[in-house]
Design a protein around this ligand. Structure first.
Ligand SMILES: *Cc1c(COP(=O)(O)O)cnc(C)c1O
Length: 233
């Protein structure tokens, strides 16, 4: 009930042509199903094991997005049911995704993640490292680059949010001029529960919204989702 209500409210505020990814991380499969029954088809997860488990439990026409920090040794557990990996931020990771995808016989859609706020301990390539990353990725036949993704620094200051999003919009525009085979700039993935309206005003084409749909996440709870894979907590 509540999930449907939240989804309806968010949909009413989405700019045309902006896609909504419902971020279901830490939430049980039943919550995903509730959103699915309210018509939502694209979901985002940030842990490999949790994602693969939900894929097996839930309807096959769901479009799954991997949005979290991805360790190279976990890539082998992914498969062609992953519609888009948002968080490719280094060459070694891109190479492993390419290798696994080709081995399994598909091309993986990816976004390049940018750490626009230059925060330590945060995923994403620094803007100045993007040329080297894109040059390497373009050579990998198992990958199809669809655009860029970012998580901006946490702030409630809307002017500050806008400055980060605009910096991303500028990068996106520059990369768009370099489009080529398997290197397209269609998707600019930015904006979360607290800032997606600002992100849309700055050219976001894909927003990733979790808590505003599913409610606050409880990381302290010993849910079945994190149990069994201590390495992923
Ligand atoms: C958790 C998460 C989101 C959603 O965050 P909310 O604030 O709950 O909307 C979006 N993007 C990424 C990469 C996340 O990890």
């Amino acid at each position: 009930m509540e999930i449907k209500h939240n989804l309806d409210q968010i949909r009413a505020t989405l700019a045309p042509d902006v896609r909504l990814i419902a971020v279901s991380k830490t939430k049980p499969a039943e919550a995903v199903r509730e959103a699915y029954e309210a018509g939502q088809r694209a979901f985002g997860e940030n842990k490999v094991q949790e994602l693969m488990r939900k894929i097996d439990q839930l309807p096959a026409d769901i479009e799954w997005h991997f949005i979290g920090n991805l360790q190279r040794n976990k890539v082998k557990y992914l498969d062609e049911r992953i519609h888009l990996i948002h968080s490719v931020d280094r060459i070694s990771l891109a190479q492993e995704i390419d290798r696994q995808a080709r081995k399994k016989g598909y091309i993986q859609n990816i976004l390049l993640e940018v750490n626009i706020g230059r925060e330590e301990n945060k995923g994403g390539a620094l803007p100045e490292d993007l040329p080297e990353l894109t040059a390497a990725v373009r050579e990998l036949p198992g990958l199809h680059v669809k655009g860029l993704m970012t998580v901006i620094p946490e702030t409630e200051d809307e002017a500050e949010q806008r400055a980060w999003f605009q910096a991303m919009q500028e990068l996106f525009r520059k990369e768009k001029a370099k489009e080529g085979p398997r290197y397209e700039m269609e998707i600019l993935s930015m904006g979360m529960s607290g800032d997606y309206q600002t992100a849309m005003a700055c050219g976001s084409t894909m927003v990733r919204i979790g808590s505003a749909i599913f409610g606050a996440r409880d990381y302290s709870a010993n849910t079945s989702l994190s149990a069994g894979d201590p390495a992923e907590v």
